[in-house]
Design a protein around this ligand. Structure first.
Ligand code: GCO
Ligand code: MG
Length: 401
């Protein structure tokens, strides 16, 4: 099982993806997602220039050792570029091991802890009425957990509001700048959830993403205001570099909290987990060092009654989605998985075994991850520069988007 070849494939079937393909001397191959939205080529270059040359000739069966080699061996620690590159290697090695042993990856991770994985979808609208209608459409498609975001009156563009039901975060072409007004946002969100509960009753699980835009005391106020509507979670209430700031939010509200899609290491969430300042940890395979590292985060979380709720937006490729589903099916303290279906072109480039039915997903039983890449189709979709939008306050000050 020596690694004979390693290649980085960059393609853009509707949006940009970076994929690592590892080939062994005995003719097997494994895939890993290395997509970092808006910074794709940095990870591609890190892999091509610094990782691939060190991979050739290594024993592909030694997943943990290779992980430690790239983590400790770089000397420089952590960061989204490094950890996405390590994640791609790790994911591809799990894929390879599953194929070599002819079992789906979740069997290597301890087997299934559940029959299928509950996912949540993204409903959004320009108004409260539109958002209610979008939630209804998700419910009709079988979703039992739905994230709801609605535009803030007077603000031209708000995070999370899709042109269609599907929300696509990155924009090709010119970088988009939006304006942010906290008071208007804080005024509308409780009204939205009051309406949603009234309309859809107690059974549907409702989620909301604050997307890092509040201060701790503002987040505390919002969480408190949302308590009567029993959210499944309030996500990323503030930027979480300062883990201690969650003590303040926690003291003021019993609305469950989810954090971690931008984290890339267990050290980013250690205090949040150990002090039980959050309820769900949202680190994902591609941005947090792969399946191996995510399992360590999940094990720490399990000790402190924190469940997983991995990021699953469309900027995570089907390779990452497949890996996430194997992880979700196996870990005991799974909570929920985010799911935004990819475009038809993306699904054609990455044929996969995972399936969705009645709000639940399953990774399938194909050996390895159960996802492939059609390279001849991928080359017909070359990379296109795209960036995430940025936000400024009404006086022009840069703010979190
Ligand atoms: C989510 C996220 C995304 C991110 C996007 C950035 O909860 O799904 O917040 O919408 O903004 O993945 O690339
Ligand atoms: Mg989010």
């Amino acid at each position: 099982m020596k690694i004979a070849n390693a290649r980085v494939i960059v393609c853009s079937p509707g949006r940009n993806f970076v994929t690592l393909k590892l080939e062994t001397a005995d003719g097997l191959y494994g895939l890993g997602d290395a997509t970092l939205n808006g910074r794709e080529l940095a990870v591609a270059s890190y892999l091509t220039e610094h990782v691939v040359p060190l991979l050739i000739g290594r024993d592909a069966r030694r997943i943990e050792d290779i992980w430690q080699f790239f983590y400790k061996g770089a000397y420089w620690r952590r960061g989204p570029v490094t950890m996405s590159a390590i994640a791609a290697v790790d994911t591809a090695l799990w894929d390879l091991k599953g194929k070599a042993l002819n079992v789906p990856v979740y069997q290597l991770l301890g087997g299934a802890s559940r029959e299928a994985v509950r996912v949540y979808g993204h409903a959004s609208g320009e108004s409260i009425e539109d958002t209610l209608a979008a939630v209804g459409r998700y419910r009709d498609r079988g979703y039992t957990a739905i994230r709801a975001q609605c535009a803030v009156p007077g603000m031209a563009k708000t995070y999370g509001i899709g042109r269609t039901d599907a929300y696509e975060p990155a924009e090709r072409g010119a970088l988009v700048e939006s304006v942010w007004d906290t008071s208007r946002y804080l005024a509308i969100v409780p009204v939205l959830f009051e309406r949603l509960r009234r309309e859809f009753g107690p059974d549907v699980q409702l989620l909301h993403d604050v997307h890092h835009r509040l201060t701790p005391i503002e987040a505390a106020r919002l969480g408190h205001a949302l308590e009567p509507y029993h959210l499944f979670w309030m996500e990323d209430p503030t930027p979480a570099e300062n883990q201690e700031s969650f003590r303040l939010i926690r003291q003021h509200t019993s609305t469950p909290l989810a954090v971690g899609e931008v984290f890339n290491s267990i050290h980013d969430c250690r205090l949040l987990i150990q002090e039980q300042l959050i309820d769900y940890i949202r680190t994902t395979v591609v941005h947090a060092g792969g399946i191996s590292h995510l399992r360590k985060i999940a094990s720490l979380a399990e000790l402190h009654s924190v469940r997983t709720g991995s990021h699953g937006a469309t900027d995570l490729s089907p390779v990452c989605m497949a890996a996430a589903l194997h992880f979700d099916l196996s870990v005991h303290n799974f909570g929920i998985q985010e799911y935004m279906p990819h475009s038809t072109d993306t699904d054609r480039v990455f044929p996969h075994a995972y399936t969705f039915a009645e709000g639940m997903m399953h990774p399938g039983d194909a050996p390895g991850l159960g996802v492939d890449i059609d390279e001849s189709l991928a080359v017909t979709f070359p990379y296109e520069r795209a960036y995430l939008p940025v936000a400024r306050l009404t006086d022009g000050t840069m703010h979190d988007w």
